[in-house]
Design a protein around this ligand. Structure first.
Ligand SMILES: [Cu+2]
Length: 502
């Protein structure tokens, strides 16, 4: 691909190219192909930045004869893989060539609020046709990502409906290393459209137990809204599905050798979809969720990822052939959600075989008992949907309050004391699954639909329809901290809340 400085870099560069991603190296290591972004950076300051991200709307080829125009980073989908070293400060120049103010959010990292990339926390916008330099110390290690963090509302060309997403890998000081190769996969949909009512997959979560009181509340609210003559609120559907920016069958296959252990870093970069991934005849040994190592690796037949979730899993290549690694949903796979895995020497059309049905239970990835540290305080949170209440869009509330549509920094609703341990008791009185995200902190899963657990540290968790989920976190990163559903459609219509430190 280009001259490497260590065999590891050469190797990683090559493997990323295979999966259709481009590795962006620090400017100091840049070859000629990348010299112009580095020069642009030097215009901002005497010292060039380590990395440059340019936000612009350009044509992108998802497949032959399938060219879309979407806003992206550095003219590519996904944005370049940024490899940081844990604890080693980086500087990034962000150039915004669009007419809209932008935010680059460093999802899953413990960075200060002013560089986190959320206007709700007070991060400055990258102005239209302007630039901003950010600098931070990357941590913690593992699979993180960066993405836009602006509200799109009804504009399906804006926010996360665009191509503004890219993976970050923060190299740990010590790498467990029980694999031969690393590959990054970013799952992302394009060509969004609005529809009335959706059909989000629901039956994959385990435990399936719902809370009767939440169900009664949600169903009676919906009945009352429909009785008033309302339709179901708008949902978003997609026409094109991609892995690493290409529809199934139109990118380079991932070429593997028998016996190879491939570590897949999978990122659900969707604006609001829940994704699954399976590879016929193979299983996944999950080692990390949202970039954080599990107490022990867990083998599963396939993966499920809520919006913004990440999974790092090793696949041992022991079933030669040409396979489709893809989504369990036939329709989404047919519209592109998959990538071809091709063994050396194997020929023929890529084959898809659905795995035996399996459930996704977060507690299987942790310990079977709750952590023995009690929280200092518990915040009870009730999530409710007001059907079609905002110009046909559903309005979302946390404890009866929708985040104000016109304000950036709303008054904080939850107050934290540094060093205290908090429990969020999230109760979902709607039939939708919400991938809930806390900025600038990680949390530990403590109870999923009644089942206690510990040891799984994440920054996004799916809260199932009419279910209850509890997570614990330590307030260890002072500053305004945003809490929200990661579905663009939900966060834009109220499903956010701000925490502050007192
Ligand atoms: Cu949601």
């Amino acid at each position: 691909m280009r001259d490497g400085h260590t065999s590891r870099r050469v190797f990683l560069g090559a493997s990323c190219a295979l999966a259709g991603a481009t590795l962006l190296e620090p400017s100091s290591l840049l070859g000629s192909a990348f010299s112009s972004p580095a020069r642009a950076a030097s215009a901002m300051s005497d010292t060039p930045a380590d990395y440059t991200l340019t936000i612009a709307t350009t044509p992108i080829e998802l497949a032959p004869n399938r060219i879309i125009s979407t806003t992206n980073y550095n003219g590519q989908l996904p944005g370049p893989l940024l490899r940081f070293k844990e604890g080693q400060r980086v500087t990034i120049d962000i150039h915004n060539q669009t007419d809209r103010p932008e935010q680059v959010h460093w999802h899953g990292q413990f960075v200060p609020a002013d560089v986190d990339g959320a206007a709700e926390e007070g991060s400055p916008f990258v102005p239209p046709h302007g630039s901003r330099r950010v600098s931070f110390v990357p941590r913690p290690s593992g699979l993180r990502f960066y993405h836009t963090h602006v509200r799109a509302g009804a504009d399906l060309s804006a926010g996360q409906y665009s191509g503004l997403v890219g993976p970050v890998y923060i190299e740990p000081k010590h790498d467990p290393g029980a694999y031969d190769r690393e590959l990054f996969l970013t799952l992302k949909e394009f060509q969004p459209t609005l529809s009335r009512g959706g059909d989000m997959a629901m039956d994959f979560l385990s435990p399936a137990a719902t809370v009767a009181a939440l169900k009664d509340q949600g169903e009676s609210a919906m009945r009352a809204s429909l009785a008033k003559g309302n339709q179901h609120g708008y949902e978003v559907g997609y026409d094109a599905f991609t892995i690493n920016g290409r529809m199934l069958g139109h990118g380079e296959p991932i070429r593997v050798k028998q016996g190879e252990r491939v570590l897949f870093h999978v990122l659900n970069g969707s604006a609001g979809e829940i994704r699954s991934l399976a590879l016929p005849g193979h299983s996944f040994t999950v080692i990390a969720m949202d970039g954080n190592l599990l107490p022990a690796p867990v083998r599963v037949p396939g993966l499920w990822l809520g919006t913004a979730e990440r999974i790092s899993a090793v696949v041992e290549m022991r079933h030669p052939g040409v396979w489709v690694m893809g989504d369990l949903a036939d329709d989404d796979r047919r519209h592109g959600m998959g990538i071809v895995i091709e063994y050396a020497g194997a020929k023929g059309k890529p084959q898809w075989v659905a795995p035996k049905p399996f459930k996704w239970n977060y507690t299987h990835f942790g310990r079977a008992s709750a952590a023995d540290i009690a929280p200092d305080e518990t915040f009870a949170m009730l999530f409710e949907k007001q059907n079609a209440a905002s110009d046909g869009f559903n309005l979302w509330t946390i404890n009866g309050v929708a985040y104000p549509a016109k304000e950036m920094m709303a008054p904080a609703t939850f107050h934290l004391r540094q060093g205290h341990r908090y429990r969020l008791r999230m109760r979902n009185a709607s039939d939708d699954i919400h991938p809930i995200h806390l900025h600038r902190h990680s949390f530990e899963l403590s109870r999923i639909a009644g089942q206690p657990t510990s040891g799984v540290v994440k920054d996004v968790v799916m809260v199932g329809g009419y279910q209850e989920v509890e997570v614990d976190f330590v307030a260890n990163n002072p500053g305004p901290t945003l809490f929200h559903c990661h579905q663009q459609l939900h966060m834009d219509f109220g499903f956010m809340s701000l925490f502050d430190y007192v």
